[in-house]
Design a protein around this ligand. Structure first.
Ligand code: O2Y
Ligand code: MN
Length: 549
């Protein structure tokens, strides 16, 4: 890769075994519009997925694959998604003509001999065929065939389009398998919150892309001096099973972090800044004159002599030096926040599920759902406002149930039904919360400091789980009472806290109209329980009953 320019060597003194890869400038992010779920019946893919019939999809893509690897090296990449010894792990085999993809898969999964040894002579694996093709966006397709557990991807060498273990297998194909087999494949980070006694409580959290999942999973707690510490288990995907005792247990199917670099610094994620000092592949970042990686929002100022992500000399005013979707790929084991239990074969017991989004005006800092069914409704009605980096349009609210809109491999209404069916299988279902770190005041500034201070909200959840604090009932769920959030050491006024926790029934009634319009897409498929929860919320908003629990 160094010889043919696929990799550029970074400063080996300050960044040992770190390399820079520059992707084609038309191939810089996963492409939802070119991603298809190919099922025999269109309704099995549902109204939120692009659909193609399997035979049509293969006829369309086969000619693009034809001869595409000629003259290239073909890599056969057997890999395990999940810890090597876990009964919940699954095997994939990716065939690719990209050395960068093979090297990245080695960081992101347990790849090679471990996978072959586990597979033995079994044919129980998910095959994935990948070729860079000619990188023409008009000849780029990411095809999923969940009925035969097969992935075909051509025309892109980037991220989720090309590292087939990640979004394609661990979410789209796995969500289909999970529905059939009675488990859950979710777009969730997994973290452990340690309390002063040393007890660790595990939580899984779903946020749409660009809401800071990796930063939350790797957080340095602002309450560390009080004995509260956050341990990382995973930053993007959780596979969860109900064990024989009725406990929901989660494994992280991945072995590394494929995180977004811009905005990452010693304040937003000190753990990953340390972790990425060695053995890291950087993609589409800029490079300083000292051959060190650089991006917008890093701790150092831009300097003359930098090379931008396209390999051109960067000058002030010439645009961003790093691509906004520039990435680091780093082994999870390199983070000092990694939990000593992150590879436990049986997975970790989950006590809380958290949904979240970026809502400037609407959602309070945190609220708790009434029960599992209500929590599923909270997840199904999630939405997040777009950032400039993602779409170019700022502040447009996009509905993203359970943060799975781009990743659910089947009809999303049936997915809600699957969530509803999972609750009764659990002896003590996790409490379900919703958070919003991004609420803004009238001056347009964020009301909550975020980052390491978010541990205060996690601590409130822990106190709720343990039955130690009260909550005030609102029409949407329960919010913290004035004294139940630990705010010592934080300079935030009572008025700001009131604003952060306020629930405005008029705003929520308008939100319910938007939810209704979204649900209309699902016609006859929407589970009745979701409709009942919607009606109950409307009634509560009309009556606006408030109390203390
Ligand atoms: O643009 C890409 O290919 C990466 S998108 C991504 C990467 C890591 C974790 N999550 C995401 C996502 O979009 O949710
Ligand atoms: Mn993700």
């Amino acid at each position: 890769m160094l010889r043919d320019g696929t990799f550029i060597e970074l400063n080996q003194k300050t960044f040992p075994n770190c390399h820079l890869h520059r992707s084609n400038s038309n191939d810089v992010a996963r492409t939802e519009q070119l991603t298809f779920i190919c099922t025999r019946k269109k309704e099995d893919a549902g109204p939120t997925n692009n659909w193609m019939a399997p035979a049509d999809a293969k006829d369309k893509v086969r000619p693009i694959f034809d001869g595409s690897m000629k003259g290239r090296t073909m890599y056969v990449v057997p890999y395990i998604m999940g810890p090597e010894k876990s009964p919940y792990s699954k095997i994939g085999v990716e065939i690719t003509d990209s050395a960068y993809v093979a090297a990245s898969m080695r960081i992101m999964s347990r790849m090679g001999k471990a996978a072959l040894d586990r597979l033995g002579s079994s044919d129980d694996f998910v095959p994935g065929l990948h070729s860079l093709g000619d990188l023409d966006p008009n000849r780029r397709f990411i095809m999923h065939f969940p009925e035969e557990k097969l992935i075909w991807s051509v025309g892109s060498g980037y991220g989720g389009n090309a590292l087939l273990g990640k979004k394609c297998f661990a979410l789209r194909i796995a969500s289909w398998m999970a529905r059939d087999q009675g488990w859950m494949a979710e777009h969730m980070l997994i973290l452990g919150l340690e309390d002063p006694s040393g007890k660790v409580t595990y939580m899984a959290a779903a946020f749409p892309s660009a809401c800071g999942k990796t930063n939350l999973a790797m957080m340095v707690s602002a309450l560390e001096s009080q004995g509260y510490r956050v341990w990382t288990v995973g930053d993007d995907i959780a596979w969860m099973h109900v064990d024989s005792t009725g406990t929901l247990r989660a494994i992280n199917p991945e072995a590394g972090f494929f995180g977004v670099a811009p905005g990452t610094n010693a304040k937003t994620n000190p753990n990953v800044m340390d972790a990425t000092r060695h053995n890291t592949i950087y993609t589409n970042v800029a490079m300083t004159a000292q051959r060190e990686p650089w991006w917008e929002g890093i701790d150092t100022a831009p300097a003359d002599g930098m090379i931008n992500w396209k390999g051109e000399t960067w000058t002030k005013g010439s645009g961003p030096a790093a691509h906004p979707n520039a990435r680091y790929t780093v082994p999870a084991s390199q983070s000092s926040s990694i939990s000593k239990h992150w590879e436990d074969p049986e997975g970790l017991p989950i006590s809380a599920l958290i949904f979240g989004g970026r809502r400037a005006r609407l959602a309070p800092l945190v609220y708790e759902s009434h029960n599992w069914q209500h929590g599923v409704f909270v997840g199904a009605t999630m939405a997040s406002e777009t950032t400039a980096a993602a779409t170019g349009a700022v502040g447009v609210s996009r509905r993203d149930p359970m943060a799975m809109l781009p990743f659910c491999g089947y009809n999303m209404a049936d997915y809600f039904g699957h969530w509803l069916a999972m609750g009764p299988k659990m002896k003590n279902p996790p409490k379900i919360f919703h958070v919003n770190w991004f609420r803004k005041g009238a001056d347009g500034k964020f009301l909550w400091p975020g980052y390491g201070e978010n541990v205060r909200v996690l601590k409130w959840m822990l106190d709720r789980i343990e039955g130690r604090v009260t909550a005030a009932e609102t029409p949407i769920g329960c919010v913290p009472t004035a004294s139940s959030l630990t705010l010592d050491g934080l300079s935030i006024s009572r008025e700001t806290m009131n604003e952060l926790l306020s629930v405005n029934p008029a705003d929520w009634t308008a939100e319910e109209d938007a939810v209704g319009a979204f649900f209309k897409k699902f016609d006859g498929h929407l589970p009745e329980a979701i409709g009942r929860e919607k009606k109950a919320l409307a009634d509560r908003l009309n009556g606006s009953t408030v109390g203390v629990k």
